[in-house]
Ligand binder design. Sequence first.
Ligand code: TXA
Ligand code: MG
Length: 320
Amino acid sequence: MAEIGTDIEKAVAYLKEGKLVGMPTETVYGLAGNASDEKVVASIFHTKDRPLFDPLILHFSSEKVLLPFVSKFPEKAQILSKHFWPGPLTLILPKTDLVPDITTAGQTAVAVRVPRHGLALELLKKVPFPVAAPSANPFGYISPTSAQHVQNQLGDKISYIVDGGECAIGLESTIVSFKDGEPVVVRLGGIPVEHIEKVIGAVKVRLSQNSNPEAPGQLDSHYSPKTRFSVERKLFHQLLKTKGGKVGLLRFDKPLTGYPDEYQFVLSPSSNLEEAGINLFKYMRMLDDVGFDLIIAEPVPEVGIGRAINDRLRRASHAK
Ligand code: TXA
Ligand code: MG
């Protein structure tokens, strides 16, 4: 099993040796490694069981240190970076030769971000290379929002996990692509589209599907628990009966009355979408561990961060 701790020097030493470590961020935990070393990058793909067509995000301690890795930084991208970094925003920008092709899965653009987490920033400042960090989960499974989640799934494959507590946002970063010059949101995430539009005006949202991989890793089936998972707006006891077996519920702000409490998780009793985001992956994991025959999730209001939550629910419910 991996050692869990807050010894940044130790984590840095492992990274410099070409090893992988679990790294906390404000969104989800990442599986971190030296992005400039092709062998290390290959080991990230291997450890996650991730297909090589799915490119990685590079993490930096500041905008300044990432500049040599991108060849263009359009004005609107700069406005976004000034506004939201450090924070849950990833920009896709044309890359320079400093970024190995394997890191971007052969794409000519690279995904970059400056996370907002004290320990991550400390670590990133101390390594002389960009840090590639996909979410620290086996490919297709739910992203980790605590050190223990990383330990449970990848603990036998890595040496060290930096414990940064529970993730403050709990959903992955919002990805805005500037590959073709104009901004396109290709993954909904920790920063609501509304907030982005307030700063740079209207943006296109083009969430990729299997057939149109704009963010190639955003497959329809993703974030999937092992248990059968479905999303349904209206839920009646009668319906639950017809579904059969032991059914677990993931609710937004109220339990279903008359249904056993121990069969349901409520994301935010105060109807707060940020709180729902923080709890989403944790509760999905807890429900998955119970051994239900089916989990039924209720969609949350489709505004702000709620859009990212519903996106994750929809992908979790998509048959693999
Ligand atoms: O919040 C986050 O972004 C977390 C934390 C650890 O930083 N990381 C994360 O990484 O979610 P990952 O690898 O699980 O998801 C990255 C997504 C993938 O869907 C991938 O397809 C897309 O970003 N992506 C990365 N580089 C890209 C590129 N050059 N072009 C298009 N899409 C890219
Ligand atoms: Mg991921």
